[in-house]
Design a protein around this ligand. Structure first.
Ligand SMILES: Cc1cc2nc3c(=O)[nH]c(=O)nc-3n(C[C@H](O)[C@H](O)[C@H](O)COP(=O)(O)OP(=O)(O)OC[C@H]3O[C@@H](n4cnc5c(N)ncnc54)[C@H](O)[C@@H]3O)c2cc1C
Length: 386
């Protein structure tokens, strides 16, 4: 269920092992391909995409990044990934990962049902679960399957199909959001800048040599309409201000608000249905982990499904939820840690001045200690996860 990165990559990995699958997707191909989201891909996730036969364009057109900058007023310090942990990350838009996966699947003649509506997953605790949906021509379809992968994102139907009594949800909703913009301008930096500022956090990310992606911390209930292009550029320039450095501006191609939430649902299984990616967990984007976690889940799930279908052993499938959740909690912790360190609390919060001093101290600590910087590098690149 779902043609996001999780569903598409799982199907691709299964196809390489000779296992047939059908993807059922609620939206159109155009919508799915245009959805702007993540952009930082861990070392191990890059390798998974290469192994899946869809890494060619990523390696050719993606930008390899060997570090990030952590900034606070008057200071910008670099975390050098190869020096600290021997790995790097790639910057390559999720839109492009999605296009590469869709092209590979269609070239292989495999099925995707776009614009499917009224989907249901049934009989999950039997040997032959049922997926029922209405296809884009309005025909009711019923698919009996060996296994179901719930890759339908946070708002999908698969997680709620696990009864409340069998499921535990863990959640933190942060009291701020990100205003994200896609700008037609060459990046003003060679690597991502994560900036702490009393006005709020700012992130300078990149998509290509001509396109920049930038974010501002805003109030949780903020409206995009409150932010004219001029106001956005002024605020970005304020938060990134550093002597001897300047922010290039350009036209804005897209503006959106992303709520900040940590969410984990356990277990990631009911009978023969297995959850992967955002269907089971959400992280705030500060640690750049959402897409990477989705890729890690499906790498594990593809192996487990293959063992079950081809070797008649359920050992890896039985272990899937517990092993995936270990990695999920590691990334949830790192994302929470980065978020807590970098987002200045609103001045009206009672202990705001105290928390701000702790955040600045944390930034100085991790950038001045090799052990601290190594921990950041290992988590950011995914080296910590093996
Ligand atoms: C606005 C936004 C910004 C983000 N920014 C970042 C970032 O900067 N860095 C980062 O690492 N991560 C980011 N993420 C997270 C990252 O994009 C996700 O972790 C990633 O998309 C997860 O992939 P997925 O395939 O599990 O889920 P999704 O990409 O959500 O895909 C799920 C698919 O299922 C489909 N679907 C839903 N319901 C049904 C149904 N009933 N029937 C059939 N299909 C259905 C959906 O249409 C969708 O195509 C962001 C997420 C959002 C929402």
């Amino acid at each position: 269920m779902g043609a996001g990165p999780s569903g598409l990559l799982l199907a691709q990995l299964l196809a390489l092992r000779g296992i047939e699958s059908v993807i059922v997707e609620a939206r159109s191909r155009e919508y799915v391909e245009a959805r702007i989201r993540a952009g930082v891909i861990e070392h191990g996730a890059v390798q998974t995409l290469i192994d899946a036969g869809v890494g060619g364009r990523l390696v050719r057109e993606g930008l390899r990044h060997d570090g990030i900058y952590l900034q606070w007023p008057g200071e910008r310090r670099r975390i050098d990934f190869p020096d600290l942990c021997g790995q790097s990350v790639y910057v390559y838009g999720q839109t492009e990962v999605t296009k590469d996966l869709i092209n590979a699947r269609l070239a292989d003649g495999q099925e995707i049902y776009w614009n499917a509506s009224d989907a249901e997953v049934l009989d999950l605790e039997t040997d032959q679960p049922l997926i029922r949906f209405v296809d884009e021509q309005g025909h009711l379809r019923e698919l009996r399957c060996g296994l179901v992968a719930g890759c339908d994102g946070f708002h999908g139907i698969c997680r709620p199909a696990i009864p409340d009594s069998l499921r535990t949800d863990f959640e933190r909703v942060f009291p701020f959001a990100w205003l994200g913009v896609l700008a037609q301008v060459a990046p003003s930096t060679d690597e991502l800048i994560y900036a702490w500022h009393p006005n709020g956090f700012a992130l300078h990310s990149l998509r290509s040599e001509k396109i920049s992606r930038l974010y501002l911390q805003v109030a949780a209930d903020e409206s995009v309409d409150a932010w004219s292009d001029d106001r956005i550029w002024e605020e970005l320039a304020t938060r990134f201000q550093l002597d001897g450095w300047s922010l290039e501006t350009g036209s804005l191609l897209d503006k959106s608000i992303t709520p900040m939430r940590s969410f984990v649902s356990a277990p990631m299984r009911l009978g023969r249905m297995f959850l992967a990616g955002d269907a089971a967990h959400i992280v705030p984007p500060t640690g750049a982990k959402g897409l990477n976690l989705a890729i890690a889940d499906v790498r594990r799930l593809a192996e487990a499904m293959t063992q079950f279908l081809q070797k008649d052993s359920g050992e890896l499938l039985d272990a899937y939820s517990d092993t995936a959740l270990q990695r999920v909690w590691q990334s949830t912790h790192f994302s929470w840690w980065m978020t807590s360190m970098l987002h200045a609390p609103a001045p009206e919060e009672p202990d705001s001045a105290f928390v701000r001093q702790l955040q600045l101290t944390q930034l100085r600590n991790v950038t001045s200690s090799r052990a601290g910087a190594t921990w950041v590098a290992e988590n950011y690149t995914g080296a910590a996860y093996g």
